[in-house]
Each structure stands twice: as structure tokens, then as C-alpha cells.
Design a protein around this ligand. Structure first.
Ligand SMILES: [Zn+2]
Ligand SMILES: [Zn+2]
Length: 622
């Protein structure tokens, strides 16, 4: 069964029901989406909230038996405009479809006339039985803030009752694990209107975890002979013109800082205008190019936990997963063509190792191949694609092919990990780049592309000025090395991340572990819980000893019952609780309890410490 057809058909059923219940409501679009569908409405004088969903669902079930099948009629634009004269959204879409040369089809299952593209079930009354409405949200018509805010109802629909229930259960579980909810409950991070949307404030606890992850990342990369660097957050905009990030990615870049003047300076000494960096690569290339490189220095693996800024529309921001500022675990490998396979294998090995350490044992790799529009020669593409496949095969990595989904500058391998709920998250990537390491003169097409951008019109005023500027810069950085014979050759450049970005990775990590970080990462690894005030002195002693051994420990010396101390420590997802009462104190012991409620009984303090240390050092994920 085609799930998209099923879900899109269910959106029609929803539209019909809402129109019956709320006369005057207008239905706009109702597409299938991942795991469900939505339907947008202009509710007119009505307002609906999630409380109304059961009523709407009941209506859907009531009319479903009359929905025997979708019958289709092709209509002219004039006819469509007449039939849907009360629904400006349908008229707008019909006009657009007609302009695009598409057929206009109306359909009327169960006496409900609608207009849409094809893709429906055969037997709605039989097939649309396993659905559920989920939520209500606001959504701008056509996604633009300039248009009216419509009411969007989300729902899901499945072929069987079991699949529906499994999905609803998973949804319930993912709500509990939502990193935005846990981020607040566990005091991990926040986003603040004053610091700005899409920009993460890392609180002390999560910063502790990030520090550990970054140290681990740096150690692993140093071991693999990566040279770690630091580069600034802003750069001359000339660099991103030369790299051509401007014309390809301007919609996801923050505006250039065109310096009209510097506040308080009468004669600004600015010679360049700047740009918040959306990528680290051009910076790394400048380090590589600071002096001539011999083949003996290759492969040159340059790594940085590099912070970049990309503009994302406010409506698409999502906790730590989709943000405007993030730190990539970025590296660029400069090498000879003969070294490519080994380099890719090295990245695959390191990726595998690091994912396993974080408990991601299940992941899928996709090789994305040449898209329709591409830079570089066919020969380069074939070489690069074959190298990626060969490296994957040599590493016994099974992969899927994403035909034509490569970036215009080169093919890539994407890694998607499966989390504990079976959801896929894209983290790492290995990408060839035929653009930045090459060099070409600027063309008149470049000129037209740049002249079309307001940023460049404002800066250069005339096309002639802009052309002089572009001609002077050219395209690409001409990244070379000197080979054995003393000849200059263009280096191969590979971009790669393993975790993706710290922000996204932590969003995924929080949801994967439901906030219960493995002990080596846990912000607080152990909590000492004295049963009464009598045991306070001994508890302090235990607390100090753990701290001295490098275990991140807290002491709960509040005047609370043991039960409530345990409850709070469990809520904070602290891996180890060390409970100390008279009995433990008299024998120099601790009673060990885990955050999952398991009681391990009495241990000598030394044993408890060595058990905890052992788990930390071996990065045990339980
Ligand atoms: Zn339809
Ligand atoms: Zn890069």
C-alpha cells in the first residue's frame, strides 16, 4: 500500500469533516508527510484547539462509510474557478496548476468536492479506518510570513490498527524524550529572546558534557594525526566570493557587514567588509596555502571544532536540532588522488569507533552521486564516486545509493544513526570538493549572478566596479602540492564531519538516552545521600574521596527524607547514588543504588569507587 496516498486521502476526509462541522471554513493544502499528514484551514470566524480534535475525529468516522471511492473529473480553469469561487486558496492553486500546464482534476468522495493532484486510495471507506488526529498549529499560507496565518491540523493514518498503535506509542515516548523538554527539566540549555532565536545557551551541566565530548574528539583526532586549528568567526567577504559560497548559499548566510562607518570613528580603517562564516573550509584552505606544500606533507588532515552561523527561517528552528549558530566537528583532508581511498577508509573507521562509543551501533550509510548540475569533469566524478564505494566496501560497510543527490561540487557519503526509538538522524558526512581547490577565471555569468544580489549592488554601485572586483578574485583557491617530480598538482580536498555539529549531536544524544547520559558523560556521576544528619560527616568524607578520584560528585545534605533525595537524584538521572546511614558508616561502606531503581547493596567505599572509575574509564554505555 502506498502510505502517501493513504495519508493524503485521510487529509481529504479531515477537510470534509471540518467543513461540515464549521460552516465557512476553507480548506487549503493537505499533503502526506513523514508518518502522517496535515490539512490547512482558513477557519473564518471559528477557532479550534486540540480539545476539538475528538469531535472532528468522530465526524470523520461518521461520514467515512459514505466515502466509497474517489471519482475524478478533469475541469477547465474557468470551471474550477466557478466551482471553488468561495475558496480563494483553491482558486490560487488552480490558477497556478493551469499556468504550469498541469491538468485540473476535481474529486468527490462521499459528496465532497475537492481539487488536488492525484494520489488517493481505491477504497477510502475500508482503507481509512486506522487514523488519529494529533495536534493543531498555526501555519502561514504557502509558508510566508506575509500571508495569512492558517490553522493546521496534523494527523496520522496507517494500514493496520497495530501499526497505528505502535506509532502512537513511539510518539508518546519521543514526547517524553523531547530534548527541549528534557533540556529544561535537567537544566541543560536554553534559548533566549535576548540572545536570539536559534542560538543555544549551554548551561553548566551540558557544558561539562560537551567539554568531555570535545576532549575525546580532540584526542581521537590527534591520534589519527589530524592537525587541530582555530580560525575566526568572521572573515573578509572576499573569501566567500572566491569560494562562491555567496551565490550558492546566500539565502542561508547572514547579511554581509558592509561597513558604512564605524561608530565614533571619523576615518574608518576598514579596507574589507566582513561576513559571519557559514563554513570553515575556506579558512582551512588559507592555512594550507600559507606556504607551498610538498607531497611529503600529504595527506594533510586539518581539524577544527569550528563555529559557523547560518540563517534559518524562524519557523524551521527546532531546539538544538535546527539552529542558527553551531559548532561543527569539521575537518578537511588535503591529499593526492592516490591517497583518497585510504583517507576515506580512515574516516569511516573513526566514524564507526566514535558512534559506538556513544552507543550508536545501528547506522545507515548513503552514497550520494552526481546531480544534474555539477562542477568538475565526468572523470573526476567517476573517480570520486568509485573511491567512496571502494572505501566503503573495503571497510565492509553496506551502503545505499542516493542517485543524483550529491552536492554540485562533489559526491558524498552521509551517515544516519538510528536512535533508541529507531528514528534516523543524519550526523556525519564525507564530501569531495572539486570546486574550492580548483581555480577558474570569473565569467560574465558570475557577474550576472552577483549583480542580481542586493548585497553586491549596494557595495559596488555599478556593474563595472563589480566586474573589476570579480575578475580580480576569480573562482576557487587553486590548492596545490608539489609532486615527486617537482611539478605542481591540484590537491584533492575532502570535507568531513563525524558528529555533525555539537548542537545537533547533543539534541540527538539527549533524546537517544532520554537525558540519562552514560556515566563517562554524565554531568554528575555520583550523588552521596546521607540518611540522617548524624551521617553528614561521613557523607562529606565519601564525597571528598570520590572527588579526589576525579568522579563528578554531589552531596545532598538537605534536611529531606531519603526517599525524596532518591527521587530527586533519579529525576536528575544521576547514574550512581551512594547512600550512607549508621550501618554503612560503622563499616566504612556505602549502599549503592542505580538511577533505574536497582539496588546493588553494600560495597566498601574503595570497591564502589573502583567500580565507578572502571565504568567511566571504559566508557560503558548501559
Ligand atoms: Zn487529493
Ligand atoms: Zn568544508
Amino acid at each position: 500500500m502506498n502510505l502517501d496516498n493513504l495519508r493524503h486521502s485521510c487529509a481529504h476526509l479531515l477537510a470534509h469533516s471540518v467543513k461540515l462541522l464549521y460552516p465557512g471554513a476553507l480548506n487549503a493544502i493537505g499533503p502526506a508527510i513523514e508518518n502522517g499528514f496535515y490539512q490547512d484551514f482558513d477557519m473564518g470566524k471559528w477557532k479550534i484547539s486540540e480539545e476539538e480534535l475528538p469531535k472532528i475525529e468522530a465526524k470523520m468516522r461518521q461520514i467515512l462509510p459514505t466515502w466509497e471511492k474517489f471519482t475524478f473529473n478533469e475541469v477547465s480553469l474557468a470551471e474550477a474557478k466557478r466551482v471553488f469561487r468561495d475558496n480563494k486558496y483553491k482558486v490560487e492553486m488552480a490558477t497556478e496548476f493551469a499556468k504550469g500546464g498541469k491538468k485540473l482534476m476535481t474529486n468527490n468522495p462521499g459528496d465532497f468536492l475537492d481539487l488536488c493532484k492525484m494520489g488517493h486510495v481505491e477504497n477510502p471507506s475500508k482503507e481509512l479506518t486506522h487514523f488519529k488526529l494529533l495536534s493543531v498549529a498555526g501555519a502561514y499560507w504557502r509558508g510566508s510570513e506575509k500571508n495569512k496565518m492558517l490553522t493546521r491540523i496534523y494527523g496520522t493514518c496507517w494500514p493496520t490498527e497495530k501499526e497505528l498503535n505502535d506509532y502512537l506509542k513511539q510518539l508518546e515516548e519521543s514526547k517524553k524524550r523531547d530534548h527541549r523538554k528534557l533540556g529544561k527539566e535537567l537544566d541543560l540549555f536554553s534559548i533566549n529572546q535576548l540572545t536570539g532565536p536559534g542560538l543555544i545557551l549551554w548551561h553548566p551541566k551540558l557544558s561539562t558534557v560537551r567539554n568531555i565530548v570535545e576532549s575525546y574528539w580532540k584526542k581521537e583526532h590527534s591520534n589519527e594525526n589530524y592537525k587541530l586549528v582555530y580560525t575566526p568567526h568572521i572573515a573578509s567577504m572576499d573569501m566567500f566570493v572566491t569560494s562562491r559560497h555567496y551565490n550558492k548559499y546566500i539565502n542561508s548566510m547572514f547579511p554581509a557587514m558592509l561597513h558604512q562607518y564605524i561608530e565614533g570613528e571619523s576615518a574608518p580603517d576598514y579596507l574589507v567588509d566582513e561576513q559571519l562564516k557559514p563554513m570553515n573550509c575556506p579558512n582551512h584552505i588559507q592555512i594550507y596555502k600559507d606556504r607551498p606544500r610538498s607531497y611529503r606533507e600529504l595527506p594533510f588532515r586539518m581539524g577544527e571544532l569550528g563555529t559557523v552561523y547560518r540563517y534559518e527561517r524562524a519557523g524551521t528552528l527546532h531546539g538544538m536540532i535546527r539552529v542558527r549558530g553551531f559548532t561543527q566537528d569539521d575537518s578537511h583532508i588535503f591529499c593526492t588522488p592516490g591517497q583518497v581511498i585510504d583517507e576515506v577508509r580512515g574516516v569511516i573507521k573513526l566514524t564507526r569507533k566514535m558512534y559506538e562509543v556513544f552507543g550508536f551501533t545501528d547506522y545507515q550509510v548513503y552514497i550520494a552521486t552526481r546531480p544534474e548540475k555539477y562542477l568538475g569533469t565526468l572523470e573526476m566524478w567517476n573517480f570520486a564516486e568509485n573511491s567512496l564505494k571502494k572505501a566503503a566496501e573495503l571497510e565492509s560497510l553496506s551502503y545505499k545509493i542516493d542517485e543524483g543527490e550529491g552536492v554540485f561540487y562533489g559526491p558524498k557519503i552521509d551517515s544516519k544513526v538510528k536512535d533508541s526509538l529507531g528514528r534516523e538522524w543524519q550526523l556525519g558526512t564525507i564530501q569531495f570538493d572539486f570546486n574550492q581547490p580548483s581555480y577558474a577565471e570569473s565569467t560574465k555569468e558570475d557577474l550576472e549572478e552577483f549583480w542580481a544580489m542586493k548585497t553586491f549592488k549596494d557595495k559596488f554601485k555599478t556593474k563595472e566596479n563589480l566586474w573589476k572586483y570579480l575578475k580580480n578574485l576569480g573562482r576557487g583557491f587553486d590548492v596545490q602540492y608539489v609532486d615527486k617530480k617537482g611539478e605542481k598538482k591540484q590537491a584533492v580536498m575532502i570535507h568531513r564531519t563525524i558528529l555533525g555539529s555539537m548542537e545537533r549531536f547533543f539534541g540527538v544524544l539527549i533524546e537517544h538516552f532520554a537525558g540519562a547520559f552514560p556515566i563517562w558523560l554524565a554531568p554528575v556521576q555520583a550523588k552521596v545521600l546521607p540518611i540522617t544528619d548524624r551521617n553528614l560527616r561521613y557523607a562529606q568524607d565519601v564525597y571528598k574521596k570520590l572527588g579526589n578520584r576525579g568522579i563528578r560528585t554531589e552531596l545532598d545534605d538537605r534536611n529531606e527524607t531519603l526517599q525524596s533525595k532518591i527521587r530527586d537524584a533519579e529525576k536528575e538521572k544521576v547514574p550512581y547514588m551512594l547512600i550512607v546511614g549508621d550501618k554503612e558508616e560503622s563499616k566504612n561502606q556505602v549502599a549503592v543504588r542505580l538511577r533505574n531503581g536497582k539496588d546493588l547493596g553494600q560495597y566498601s567505599l574503595a570497591e564502589a569507587i573502583s567500580e565507578i572509575k572502571n565504568k567511566i574509564e571504559n566508557k560503558i554505555v548501559d
